[in-house]
Design a protein around this ligand. Structure first.
Ligand SMILES: *Cc1c(COP(=O)(O)O)cnc(C)c1O
Length: 248
């Protein structure tokens, strides 16, 4: 466990260093970029290490795993730590494809849903959040893969032409607050052109919704390109917690 703690601490320092360097290169302040630590496939013990290190913003992409982990972490925070006051409460971001039958569960632990990609999901999330008396920050996820957009496949995300309509819908809800846009760079091609298209869309979105200034883009392999294109949130899993799932 001590080794794992040291490994996570070193990885976190290295990722924070990469973000700072990318911000410096782009003429931006490092405080403009929020690190979302993606903890999918990783045990709650890794989450607790991240929290101890002051890394409170966390991302998960599957409800079944995320809900169990969020519960385990919450329970550990009240029982395991002598000095709970010094451990920050986690802020959970849901970043995966979301089925409407999971929204009730997701709003029970998530503070942010980054993967809003269709009108039926906006309505379902709002209804569940109102019932749970929760306010949820929502990102509209846009699909940047032209192939996937054309044939309707791909890993989630709205067609770029649907983004403004979805954003208007989010902004018109009672319990969702429109944060901005989220995207994953297409696999197998350089990320820069995709992130440029994303930045242009983000500019259009801000024209219609001036408060929707967040832009979630960039993963372990392409965070520098994302920061150069104006990302305010980077979602990092592998570079923090390793490339392969660990067993407990
Ligand atoms: C897993 C995941 C990430 C993190 O990717 P890494 O390459 O491991 O840093 C980011 N965003 C989404 C949507 C993910 O599912």
């Amino acid at each position: 466990m001590a080794d794992r703690a040291a490994e996570i601490a070193a990885n976190l320092a290295a990722v924070r260093e990469r973000i700072a360097a990318a911000c410096a290169a782009a003429g931006r302040g490092a405080e403009e970029v929020t690190l979302v630590a993606v903890t999918k496939f990783r045990p709650a013990s890794d989450v607790l290490e991240l929290l101890r290190l002051g890394q409170r913003v966390l991302g998960e992409n599957r409800d079944q795993e995320a809900s169990a982990k969020a519960k385990e972490v919450a329970e550990a925070l009240v029982s395991d730590f002598a000095d709970v006051a010094s451990i920050p409460a986690p802020e959970w971001h849901f970043i995966g494809q979301l089925q409407t039958n999971k929204v009730k569960s997701v709003v029970s632990y998530a503070d942010v849903v980054e993967s809003v990609d269709r009108l039926s999901l906006v309505a379902a999330l709002d209804k569940a959040a109102v019932r749970a008396q929760r306010e949820i920050r929502a990102f509209v996820q846009v699909n940047l893969d032209p192939e996937a957009v054309r044939d309707g496949s791909g890993r989630g995300g709205a067609h770029p032409e649907e983004v403004l309509e979805l954003a208007d819908a989010v902004a018109g809800t009672d319990a969702l607050r429109l944060a901005g846009l989220m995207a994953v760079a297409p696999l197998g091609s350089p990320p820069e052109p995709a992130f440029e298209r994303l930045a242009a869309l983000a500019g259009e979105l801000r024209g219609a919704h001036p408060d929707a200034v967040s832009l979630s883009a960039g993963m372990s392999g392409d965070l520098e390109a994302a920061v150069a294109a104006g990302a305010t949130h980077v979602r990092i899993g592998t570079a923090l917690l390793g490339g392969r799932p660990r067993l407990r």
